[in-house]
Design a protein around this ligand. Structure first.
Ligand SMILES: [Zn+2]
Ligand SMILES: [Zn+2]
Length: 345
């Protein structure tokens, strides 16, 4: 079984080649074998445009920043050979003010794999052999399913948004947009004891949201914004659509919070700013995560969320391009996962 790696060489072009194992493992890094990875909206942008908004790739790169892996060579670190670990893709500097405050998501010199934000680009996780800083590897017990553990990174993003939005037990929460991130926010908020309503254009996505924790569902076009006016303590915007943002401003109660989780692609839009003033709405945003990575791994270990229901499809690493094409089609509900050769059964 030869080891393989995938590379995005241009928009819509993924190559699969055998991977030359680099001789030396960098200090403080462990050598890992991919168990399971998963596709993110970021991967989709790079795949479709060779860029994610203003971040343009300079050269071919391996995509992927959501994954878990098996330790092959601990390289003198505290990890153990054969251990399954969740990969935290944020490789922060550990020295700047943001890092000292525990806000490694805001570290200006952090490295992030499979992204044009790091120059020169670091290869991502859609390859068989990965050298990763041991401090960014979170070991889990042997009974954790790697197909669930790959959700650690996106779940951490969703939990960070719940934290910036102040979501607590007993609150009424609306989530607009039931893509993978919205669904994880719904599952996470429900696991916290919030009463969650899910909203999406697609009835099937709303149905899925109700399977993973929403107590009620709204399909866009079948209700009037007036029906849900001022009903929610927190509204999480996870669709990236401006009409949804305006629905959020109407649906949130006075002095409630609108928390932006979506990767909004348009910079200019007509937003009902007057409502923010009249209702004393707090509008917050979130970017990646910090301590929430640990919280996410613990939720996965506790089997608190139905990740099987949240998984739309799985592909072997060799078919990464097919996986991305399925995501482009918009016909997948939930997360698309990528299986490493050691997990391909
Ligand atoms: Zn992601
Ligand atoms: Zn830093």
């Amino acid at each position: 079984m030869s080891l393989i790696e995938t590379k995005l060489t241009a928009a819509k072009a993924i190559t699969v080649a055998s991977q030359a194992t680099p001789a030396d493992i960098p200090r403080g890094h462990a050598r890992l074998r991919l168990a399971v990875g998963s596709l993110c909206g970021t991967d989709l942008h790079y795949y479709s445009h060779f860029a994610n908004g203003i971040f343009v790739l300079n050269n071919p790169v391996t995509l992927g920043h959501e994954a878990c892996a098996y330790v092959e060579d601990p390289n003198g670190t505290s990890l153990k050979k054969g251990q399954l670990v969740a990969l935290n893709p944020i490789m922060n500097c550990q020295e700047c003010d943001a890092c000292e405050r525990g806000e490694e998501n805001l570290c200006t010199t952090k490295k992030f794999p499979g992204s044009a934000t790091t120059v020169p680009h670091l290869d991502g996780f859609f390859r068989e052999t990965i050298d990763h800083p041991a401090r960014c590897c979170r070991p889990v017990s042997a009974d954790v399913n790697p197909k669930h553990l790959t959700f650690a990174e996106p779940l951490a993003c969703a939990l960070h948004n719940l934290n910036t939005g102040g979501v607590k037990s007993g609150q009424k929460v609306l989530v607009t947009g039931c893509g993978p991130m919205g669904l994880l926010a719904i599952a996470g908020a429900a696991a916290r004891g919030a009463d969650v309503t899910a909203c999406d254009l697609r009835p099937k996505a709303v149905e899925l949201a109700q399977r993973v924790g929403a107590s009620a569902g709204l399909v866009v076009g079948t209700f009037d914004d007036k029906d849900i006016e001022a009903q929610f303590d927190v509204v999480i915007e996870a669709s990236g659509a401006i009409p949804a943002f305006n629905t959020a401003l109407k649906a949130v109660r006075k002095q409630g919070t609108v928390s932006i989780l979506s990767n909004v692609q348009m910079a200019k839009a007509e937003v009902l700013l007057n409502l923010i003033m009249l209702k004393e709405i707090k509008v917050t945003g979130s970017f990646q995560f910090n301590k929430e990575f640990e919280e996410a791994v613990q939720l996965i270990e506790a089997k608190a969320i139905d990740f099987d229901a949240l998984t739309a499809a799985s592909f072997p690493l060799t078919q990464t391009q097919d996986a991305l094409e399925l995501m482009v089609s918009g016909e997948a509900f939930g997360k698309i996962i990528i299986l490493g050769q050691s997990t391909e059964t």
